[in-house]
Design a binder for this molecule. Structure first.
Ligand code: ADP
Ligand code: ADP
Length: 225
């Protein structure tokens, strides 16, 4: 059984179709990267997976369940955004805990999960600070911690490194790769950066104008004879 199965997924905005019969199976623990120029439909497909965008046609299964009409919080996914999307008025700890608190998880369990994820991501020292007091890389780590703490079946990343400078981008890219080696959570990662795609992906889905141009390993995509 695939972790994610997209069957003829379609997205229309009014009269305009921006995703055309998108077919993809993502295996358990696989790291799939959607790569392509701005406007090719990467975010739209990701947001349909996340439940942040209505699906105009086709079927979406996550973990074997048809999720077309399920709200985001019932899909077993967690998403990390380009702009981090942290709550500025809350401490780092409260940002990380937010999703679990809403699910009424007991405090002792939340505390131990916070300790676990903040150890993993090196955030112990920042738990009492506000996001605005942190660097871009630290804020992105908080966003990843907030996603991780929900132990999702699937991680979705929407251009998570685009707002970081080159050095930090490299650093965080390596951290995300390591994290995936440790957690092995099924991951779909959107980027327009070929280097990110090559170094992170098990498989790359190359998109153009809302259609799949090519699917393959980084070697298959970039080392064609
Ligand atoms: P990418 O993530 O690859 O940059 P998007 O998924 O954001 O591309 O956009 C795909 C296409 O859908 C683009 O042509 C974009 O203009 C269009 N689009 C995205 N959001 C909307 C919207 N809310 N209304 C109308 N068109 C949209
Ligand atoms: P869940 O815990 O189910 O992911 P969230 O409470 O995180 O749901 O809300 C969904 C998304 O909307 C969040 O990931 C967050 O990025 C964004 N969001 C919600 N409220 C705010 C806010 N006040 N400021 C910034 N982003 C927000």
């Amino acid at each position: 059984m695939s972790a994610i199965r997209c069957h003829h997924l379609i997205k229309r905005y009014g009269e305009t179709q921006v995703v055309h019969a998108f077919d993809l199976d993502v295996a358990d623990n696989e790291f799939v990267v959607f790569l392509g120029p701005s406007g090719c439909g990467k975010s739209t497909i990701l947001r349909m997976l996340a439940g942040l965008e209505d699906i105009s046609g086709g079927d979406l299964h996550i973990g074997g369940q048809r999720v077309n009409d399920l709200p985001p919080q019932e899909r077993g996914i967690a998403m990390v955004f380009q702009n981090y999307a942290l709550y500025p008025h809350m401490t780092v700890r409260d940002n990380i805990a937010f999703g679990l608190k809403r699910l009424k998880v007991p405090k002792a369990e939340i505390d131990s999960r916070i300790k676990e994820v903040s150890d993993t991501l090196g955030l112990e020292r920042y738990l009492q600070r506000k996001p605005t007091e942190l660097s871009g890389g630290q804020q992105q780590r908080v966003a990843i911690a907030r996603a991780m703490i929900k132990t999702p079946k699937v991680f979705l990343f929407d251009e998570p490194l685009s707002n970081l400078d080159a050095k930090l981008r490299n650093h965080m890219r390596i951290e995300i790769a390591k994290l995936h080696q440790t957690l092995k959570t099924t991951t779909v990662y959107v980027t327009h950066d070929q280097h990110e795609a090559m170094t992170l992906a098990d498989r790359i889905v190359l998109l153009r104008d809302g259609r799949i141009e090519q699917v393959g390993t980084p070697q298959e995509i970039f080392e064609r004879p």
